[in-house]
Each structure stands twice: as C-alpha cells, then as structure tokens.
Design a protein around this ligand. Structure first.
Ligand code: AMP
Length: 214
C-alpha cells in the first residue's frame, strides 16, 4: 500500500499516518519529523533548516527530495509507505513522480483531509507532544491538564512553529504552494478526500475502507 497524505497543517495527517502505518506495517515517512530530528541532533542539515522551520517557511525542494529519495529506495519501503507532509510543492510532486517511475511504482493513493481554518488554529496552538513517551495530544481535549494523558509526565513539547502567527503563515503557504496538488492528483484519479472533523477512529475506518488495497 502506497499513500500520500495531503492537507493543511493540523488536519490530522500525522495521527492517521501512524494508525495506517501500524495497521499495514508500512513505514510513515514524515519529512517534518526527519527534519526536526536533524535539528534536535544539531547535524549540518538540522542547523541549516532550523530558522526556516521555526519561521514556518518551506525547506528547499532539493533538501526534502533527497531525504525522500533515500527512504523510498530502502528495503523498509518494499511493501509500501505513507508519505506524510511530502510532496508540498508542484516541484516536489514532479520529482516524486520520477522517483516512483524509476522504482516502477505507479499505484499511489492520495488521502486528502479537510478541516476548516479556524479549527486548525485551535488544534495547533493546543497541540503538545510528550517528551517521555512520544504521545501527541490536544490540551483542549484534556481539560488543559499540563501532563501527558498517556504516561503522566509533565515534560511536554510545544512546537516552536505551533504559535498563532506562525500557524497563520504556515496555512498561507499551504494555500499557495501545496493546495494546487489537490487538482494535480484529482485529474489523475488518485485523490480521495475526507472530512477531518470526524473522530480519529471513524476517519481512520473510512480511509482504510475507501482507498484501494494496491
Ligand atoms: P510538518 O511537521 O509536516 O508540519 O513540517 C514542519 C516543517 O518542516 C514545515 O513547516 C517545513 O518548514 C518543513 N517541511 C516538512 N516537510 C516539508 C516539505 N515537504 N517541503 C518543505 N518543507 C518541509
């Protein structure tokens, strides 16, 4: 199963990717996670992208294309993959097309998740990740308790780009650079669109019932 997750920041691409990854035992390739890990490790790549990411801008196509190329060609992707947060520009989509053609992979489903903008801002300003167990949750959904609902740790990460002004900037970039990909994949019959306001489990069931088992 090969899947591209499409949608604005905060629609739930990461959450759904993790569930699909677990169900079908295929890797979630999140370019955002890879870049954040590089940033945290202080690698050359991480230092190069730090300020771009923290200001909500997109990292260059060249950088992310190379990250994805390395992953797609690796044995862990032999049975499929979920691309979470890539492609984000038409340039990236073109490069992805040629990478997939080189690997003889043409059946890719695109999962496009929609959520109204005002809801996205609320979700992202309240998003937290537990630094101990990795659990991601929304403060608003937990009555604003400042500890992890999964393990109780109070070591919570609030992403630097999850502040209101940066969220608005990221959304603007999504609308201008990424949204055109919806039409790009729709025209090719690869697009499946879902309502991201649904409960996580219901949305997951709908996605796996809808997309072809390629
Ligand atoms: P995400 O975790 O997907 O929200 O990504 C966080 C940040 O990483 C983005 O705001 C960008 O700065 C960078 N990033 C992640 N994926 C891409 C991509 N495909 N193209 C360019 N920049 C990306």
């Amino acid at each position: 199963m090969r899947i591209i997750m499409l949608g604005a920041p905060g629609v739930g691409k990461g959450t759904q990717s993790k569930l699909i990854s677990k169900k079908f035992n295929i890797p979630q390739i999140s370019t955002g996670d890879i870049l954040r890990a590089a940033k945290q490790a202080g690698t050359e790549l991480g230092n190069k992208v730090r300020s771009i990411m923290e200001s909500g801008q997109l990292v260059s196509d060249e950088i992310v294309n190379e990250l994805v190329r390395e992953k797609l060609g690796s044995p862990e992707c032999a049975n499929g993959f979920i691309l979470d947060g890539y492609p984000r520009t038409t340039g990236q989509a073109d490069t992805l097309d040629s990478m997939l053609a080189d690997l003889n992979l043409n059946s890719v489903s695109v999962v496009n998740i929609n959520v109204p903008k005002n809801e996205l801002v609320k979700r992202l300003v309240n998003r937290r990740k537990c630094n101990s167990c990795g659990f991601e949750f929304n403060l608003a959904a937990t009555d604003f308790v400042e500890s992890c609902p999964n393990c109780g740790s109070d070591d919570l990460i609030h992403r630097k780009d999850d502040t209101e002004d940066i969220i608005v900037e990221r959304h603007h970039i999504y609308e201008t650079a990424t949204q055109p990909l919806i039409e790009y994949y729709r025209k090719r019959g690869q697009l499946f669109t879902f309502d991201g306001l649904k409960k996580v489990g219901d949305l997951f069931n709908e996605i796996i019932e809808t997309i072809p088992a390629n």
